[in-house]
Structures are given as C-alpha cells and as structure tokens.
Write a protein that binds this ligand. Structure first.
Ligand code: PCA
Length: 326
C-alpha cells in the first residue's frame, strides 16, 4: 500500500468517526455502593457490571466502588442525580424524609415476607420511576435485604427491655422505632457499624442477618430476635443523561443485565437470609423467634408508624397501600 493510500484511509477513518462517535466510543461509568464487596448486593453489582461489559462488547465499562469508598451511603443518590456518578446503588428507605414513598418498604410489618415485599415493590415501582424520572434519573433494578430482626447484648422479653439502650439506626424509620420503644437512636451507616459497636457508641440495632455477618455483630452482641419485620430494598439508579448518551445496543445491554440482576438478587436474598442466620449461630449467637409480648409490642410500633406515614404521604401513600393490599 502506498503512503498516499494509507494517509487517505486514515483520513477517511477520522471523518467517519467524527460522523458517528457513538459507534466507536467506549463509555466508563462509576458505580458507588455502600456495602462491603462480599455482601450479596455488591457481588450482584459486580456480576451486573461484567454482564454489561460482555453484552456491550466492551463498550461500557462499569467500575463498582463498594463499601462507601466513593460516596457515603446518604450521598449516593445526589451524586447520581448530579452526574458525579453515572449509576449508583442506594437504600431507598434512607430517603424517606425527602419523599415518604421511598420509605414504604421500611414500615414494620406492612410487607414482612419475600412474597409480600415483591407485591409492595410492584405497587411502589411506577411511583419510584416517576419521581426518579423527574429528578433526571431512572430505576434500573431493586433487590430486598433479608427480613429485619433485633440484635442485643442481653436477652429481651418485650420492648420495655430496650429502654435506654444505645440503638444503631440506619434510616429515619429505624430511628423512629428507637424513639417509640424508648431506646437512644444513633444513626450509623453499615460501613461504620463495626467501628461504632467496637467503641461502644451503639449496643443494639435492627437489621438483617446479612449485615450481622458483614459487620461481625456476633463479636459484641449475643442475641438475634428474628422478628421478620420488613425487607428494605436497595435500588440501582441511573443518571438519565448518561444513559441517553449510550448507543441503542449498549442501552439494551444495560436494561437486560439490570433485569437479570434483579431476578438473581431476589433469589440470592432468600438464600443469604438462611445462610447468614446459620452463620450467626455458628459464631455463638442465640438466634430465636421473638416472644409473643415482643412481637405484639413491635406490631404496635408498626401500627403507629403506618399511621404516621399515611399522614405524611397523603393520597399517594394511601393509593400505594391500597394497591399493595388489593
Ligand atoms: N442492612 C443494611 C440496611 C438493611 C440491612 O439489612 C444496614 O443495616 O445498614
């Protein structure tokens, strides 16, 4: 090939790439997440990123930043909205003060099994899509944590036994539970939980077996009461402008990998629930059902919180609960 010919080819290539940049561009996305790399949500994100890489033919590279290493849990939503991150994983209930519907899956005993959590999700999803859409984002998929139970140092027979103890909250609703039972709420996100426990800042919480294992709660706490009170969801949200900048086949790859991650995540959550309660036991924790009194006390807390939530969420909240209960 002559030099002239080679030069011409290069020029043609440059002209072509200027006309159709998307066909050649590779996009890089950051995905901040708040839980450790070994947590099932984070493992699911890693698989999602690998699936997108493969299905897009390497055109979209997503880097997962677990354990709040890029943004702290409560900052991830705003980071995605502002485009500092193109995609991110949030805990929906963390944002209930902004909009009560984000907190629907944090209400004790409204949806307290995987099947009812799925039903609630179906009722909640169109509202979430609408709100996130107005904020320049979209919901890609959502996966529940295992059911929430109570961790303590000493055995408890009723809610009265929680009076005065330092209670780690991760959301406005878990803080409200503490107030209603007379415990002292301190908000600590999962990434700082082990440290807060080791330094005595907190001595109890309500969370899943998964977080109990992640944060090695058995090193400081002895009892887990399996109240199965609610299943809060993580949600993977995407910046709309970043998504729109992808070519159609890459967008399809993201949507398909997201749908697969959602199905995989719900199945993993069920399995992790059983596995982690076993691990708590293996590490010396007493894992037991709540007493009838404790159950009744917590149910009462749930009733109060549902009432308060319906007052705040108005017609939108009532419509959601009606759709869920239908
Ligand atoms: N783990 C997270 C949220 C809910 C859960 O099970 C946490 O404790 O922060």
């Amino acid at each position: 090939m002559s030099l002239t010919r080679r030069t011409l080819n290069a020029a043609a290539l440059i002209a072509l790439s200027a006309l159709a940049p998307a066909a050649f561009a590779q996009a890089k996305w950051d995905l901040p997440a708040a839980y450790p790399a070994t947590n099932f949500h984070s493992e699911n994100l890693a698989q999602f990123a690998a699936d997108v890489d493969k299905a897009s033919g390497g055109k979209l590279k997503i880097t997962v930043h677990p354990n709040a290493s890029l943004f702290k849990a409560p900052e991830i939503k705003r980071a995605v909205q502002g485009g500092q991150a193109q995609i991110g994983e949030i805990l929906l209930v963390n944002f209930s003060n902004e909009w009560p519907i984000f907190g629907a899956d944090g209400l004790p005993f409204l949806a307290d099994s995987y099947d009812s959590a799925m039903k609630l999700y179906q009722a909640q999803k169109p509202l979430l899509q609408k709100k996130l859409g107005e904020q320049g984002m979209a919901l890609l998929y959502s996966v529940p944590w295992p059911p929430q139970g109570i961790y303590t140092k000493k055995p408890i027979a009723s809610a009265a036994d929680l009076k005065g103890i330092k209670w780690r909250a991760y959301s406005p609703a878990t803080g409200r539970i503490a107030e209603l039972v007379g415990a002292q709420p301190v908000t600590v996100q999962a990434a700082e939980f082990a440290q807060a426990l080791a330094t005595g800042v907190v001595e109890s919480t309500m969370t899943s077996g998964a977080t109990g294992v992640d944060s090695k709660l058995y090193e400081h706490l002895k009892y887990y009461y399996d109240t199965q009170a609610w299943l809060p969801k993580n949600a993977v949200i995407v910046n709309k402008a970043a998504f729109d900048a992808l070519d159609k086949s890459t967008q399809d790859a993201v949507l398909k990998a997201g749908a697969d991650a959602e199905a995989r995540g719900w199945a993993a959550s069920r399995k992790v629930n059983t596995d982690t309660l076993d691990k708590l036991k293996a590490n010396g924790m007493q894992v037991q059902p709540p007493s009838a009194q404790l159950k009744a006390d917590m149910k009462k807390v749930g009733d109060t919180m549902l009432k308060e939530w319906l007052d705040k969420s108005g017609a939108e909240g009532q419509a959601l609960v009606d759709a869920f209960r239908k």
